[in-house]
Design a protein around this ligand. Structure first.
Ligand code: G1P
Ligand code: ZN
Length: 552
């Protein structure tokens, strides 16, 4: 153990003007890196967190990140501020590498842990000119509730200054124990505990047999945090050939890429599966490891369908043989899982966008599995969505069913019907134009019911609001819903994670019964709805954009 010879000197740094822009979005405080590099910016937010998070004094905190530019500096600042605030112990990881789901797990297994600070801007690009972020998790391992995030924000608005200790940087190159004054600092391997958890949930022997029997797979870590985890799982434990994990070294700028596992940003992987025939299965995770994309040969699995398939086959998988207590999906996610839940006679909850809304349902044991259309799936094993968990779940289903991804999807639709689904993103829209578009539609909602649209008729038009069934908290203004008589729907939302301009998200969904046409291209199947959305909201004219920037 290394110990600072003397108690580090604590500085109280005054803030001349408190920052007014530190309101966390859908998932933490996310800003361009240069914003975080302004003097005192990071420290201001951290001071508010350390003041507001219950139990900080004498408690344990977990700290790590996705390895992006700024990660190491932020960990150093957190350690020195934790020391200044009398944190009892900080658990951090080798090289500061810790995926979001692994952080959630580490919080849950660390004695006396009051929460964690995860340094990530998730799927946003990283680097000196790209994005950085700070996420705060509570003692249950899940993202801070809206109430906690808001209290942190309120504290930043009037902050007079912050406290930070003066000390040399703690080496993070290997596991070890250190001391900063009265604060113990433990550097642990950020991969090990997570891998042990995966081995409890999934039958690695069954997976090894199946994958070794001629089912070639490839995994793209996009030079982000999952590389070391995926190498350990796929190449070491499951004995797949070296190179199974592509782009496995975490880089500060993700190799210049956009670490978002979708058809646009993980194109080489998508091409390998959708055009080539070398692999039977392909998957990718995002910057901080909580998102996943699943591909079969010639087959892209829509994330809403993925949640439904996982739910339908859960009892085929080791950790879930006893069945699911219930499921939940975010409002814009398709109702594919609802149909499965109905068949299984288990409850299905509809929450606002953002993982934090699943926390109470998971803690209360009301749900076991949950997911979002935005490539997020997870279960009660942690309190974050979990990209590698989803990949292992899919492989476990395939190993149990001994079939291809395409066959599994065809069987699923033939049983439950198909929810044709797509999300159209308009990124980098001028803020005023996006707000006007949204506001104009919002104002018209009361007049829309009964109006014809897309060869259909509007049954209900409203703004989604949610009352948490566990603590009764209400969250309003969670997206505009246009529900049609046939059951089709469209949803308009403004992103809460973008850092430049505004992002308009349009979600489109239409259910085709099991005896209908199940093999259409979703964009074709949804064409009348796409035209209807344009007619309703005037997206082209208001944004000046002819087509979405990303279609999933
Ligand atoms: C997006 C997704 C949302 C997800 C969040 C964090 O938020 O839509 O489902 O929980 O990223 O990964 P948005 O930008 O839409 O607010
Ligand atoms: Zn993420």
């Amino acid at each position: 153990m290394t110990a600072s010879a003397t108690t580090p000197q604590v500085h109280h740094v005054p803030l001349a003007t408190p920052f007014q822009d530190q309101k966390p979005g859908t998932s933490g405080l996310r800003r361009p890196t240069p914003v975080f590099q302004q003097p005192h910016y990071l420290e201001s937010f951290l001071e508010a967190v350390l003041q507001i998070l219950p139990g900080v004094q004498g408690g344990t905190l977990v700290v790590g990140g996705d390895g992006r530019y700024g990660n190491r500096r932020a960990i150093d600042v957190i350690l020195r501020m934790a020391c200044a605030h009398g944190v009892g112990r900080v658990v951090t990881t080798t090289d500061g590498i810790l995926s979001t789901p692994a952080a959630s797990h580490l919080i849950r297994i660390s004695t006396g842990c009051v929460g964690g600070i995860i340094l990530s801007a998730s799927h946003n690009p990283g680097g000196p000119e790209e994005d950085f972020g700070v996420k705060v998790n509570g003692a249950n391992g899940g993202p801070a509730t809206e109430q906690l995030s808001d209290a942190v924000y309120q504290a930043t608005l009037t902050l007079q200054g912050y406290a930070i200790a003066e000390a040399a940087a703690i080496p993070l190159d290997r596991p070890g124990r250190h001391r900063l004054g009265t604060t113990a600092v433990e550097v642990v391997d950020g991969v090990e505990d997570f891998v042990v958890l995966m081995q409890k949930l999934f039958d690695f022997d069954q997976l090894r047999d199946f994958l070794g029997s001629g089912f070639p797979v490839t995994f793209d870590a996009l030079h982000a945090v999952t590389g070391p985890y995926a190498r350990r799982i796929f190449e070491n434990l499951l004995e797949l050939p070296a190179g199974t994990v592509r782009h496995g070294a975490p880089l500060e700028d993700f190799g210049g890429g956009h670490p978002d596992p979708n058809l646009t940003y993980a194109k080489p992987l998508a091409d390998a599966l959708l055009q080539g025939d070398e692999f039977c299965f392909g998957a990718a995770c995002d910057g901080d490891g909580d998102r996943n994309m699943i591909l079969g040969r010639g087959c892209f699995v829509n994330p809403s369908d993925s949640l439904a398939v996982i739910t339908a086959h859960a009892t085929r998988v080791k950790g879930y043989r006893q069945g699911l207590a219930g499921v939940a999906r975010s409002m814009p996610t398709s109702a594919a899982v609802d149909v499965v839940a109905e068949t299984l006679a288990i409850p299905c909850y509809e929450t606002p966008t953002g993982w934090k809304f699943f926390g109470n349902l998971l803690d209360a044991g009301k749900i076991t599995v949950c997911g979002e259309e935005s490539f997020g799936t997870g279960s009660d094993h942690v309190r974050e969505k979990d990209g590698l968990w989803a990949v292992l779940f899919w492989l476990s289903i395939l190993a149990a069913e001994r079939c291809s991804v395409t066959t599994l999807m065809e069987r699923h639709w033939a049983t439950y019907g198909r929810h044709y689904y797509s999300r159209h993103d308009y990124e980098g829209v001028e803020k005023a134009a996006a707000t006007e578009l949204y506001g104009a539609l919002q104002n018209r909602l009361p007049q829309l019911a009964g109006q014809p649209l897309a060869g259909d008729r509007i049954r209900q038009a409203d703004e989604f609001s949610y009352t948490d069934p566990v603590d009764g908290a209400t969250s309003s203004s969670q997206g505009l819903r246009i529900l049609l008589e046939s059951g089709s729907r469209m949803v308009f939302r403004l992103s809460g994670t973008g850092t430049r301009g505004a992002t308009l998200r349009l979600y489109l969904e239409r259910h085709e019964p099991s005896n209908g046409t199940l093999n259409l291209d979703p964009q074709k199947a949804l064409a009348p709805l796409i035209r209807g959305a344009e007619q309703l909201a005037g997206i082209r004219q208001r944004t000046g954009m002819d087509t979405p920037t990303v279609i999933t």
